[in-house]
Design a protein around this ligand. Sequence first.
Ligand code: UTP
Length: 410
Amino acid sequence: MSITLSEAREKLKTYGQEHVLRYYEELSEEEKAALLAQIESSDMEVIDSCRHQEELGQRGVITPLAAMQLPEIQANMEDFTAVGLEAIRGGKVGAVLLAGGMGTRLGSDDPKGVYNVGITRDLYIFECLVHNLMDVVRRADAWIHLFVMTSDKNHEATVRFLTEHAFFGYKAEYVHFFTQKMALAVDYEGKIYLEEKGKMASSPNGNGGWFISLKDSGLLDLVHREGIQWLNVFAVDNVLQKIADPCFVGATIRKNCVVGAKVVRKVTPDEKVGAICLEDGRPSIVEYYDMTEELMAAKDENGEPSYNFGVILNYLFSVAELERILAQSLPLHVVEKKIPYVNEAGERVKPDAPNGYKFENLVLDMIHQMRSCLPFEVVREKEFAPIKNRTGIDSVESARELLRQNGVEL
Ligand code: UTP
């Protein structure tokens, strides 16, 4: 039983959101109950953040954090790989697929992983990822638990698709789904949009909430039960992604770091990727728009740019360290977005341009909460083919080209 109508009114009044009940009387009993439940469970505190955005995201002092580069990795490949494979065989490594995003830039209503990048045959994004993980499963001769994070917007479609395709050969007992939380979406004045007459507009709350959502889903118990000590978090859209890469796992363990971050060498100092660094002495990521001229010009003792390595959203986290930081909050990112809504005349509007804000926590901010981090260089052409757009940079086209270069038949 959720809150009463008068309690809902009270809560909305506290946050100046009484308009949310504008169409209440027109709703069916079921819709009324659903709206009251949504009002009860929604965090309206966050909305205030868009009113004082300047206080968000203030940066500390940025200094370099050296990456482990390819020659060092090559020289220690055998040892790192052996250590990684041992951890995998011991069941100590799990994988977390972040698939809760909306993929708005790709412009499909389906979950991103369902996108077919094949040309003469079907080849889905999810399929590419499973194949990459299977390579390691075969090498280690051990299954790896795969946790898949979805959101309310794509959960059903994701589960249906993967089940219909029998997880592309992955062992079903090793696949676990959990959903992330949603955050309200507001107009530029901070008023919550109505997505339907009986539903407040919301969108997934960013990829930074993955560990809390994993815990809330009860799956952290499974992590403990199975003795998983490391979780390799990765994005859905990089089709060349290596998952639970033994060499990377071994290097992170050997270097006694609590997180490993796969990084690529930047093409230019101003390339639009977040660069790994230290911030006030702790690992962090400086976003490209926060890179000052001074940071871009800085050089290390070998004359190389000091902030030369960009993250690719592939991190290996120590579970113990994740549990240590559970109580800490992450900074909130306020992002401009196109939000479909019901206007005052009761008509549905699908805007062509951004019309408000959504609120997100980002996984990259978790790096700053970690005690130590190993940036681990990978060859971009072999491991980084993100699909963000249909054409152009980081697109279906560019990813197809990279897949071909890596011998994948399309
Ligand atoms: P992106 O930042 O590319 O966002 O996500 P997106 O929602 O997929 O795409 P656009 O910006 O709308 O076009 C990077 C990774 O984080 C996941 C995505 O699924 C992707 O793997 N993600 C993002 C989540 O799991 N949840 C979120 O709330 C946001």
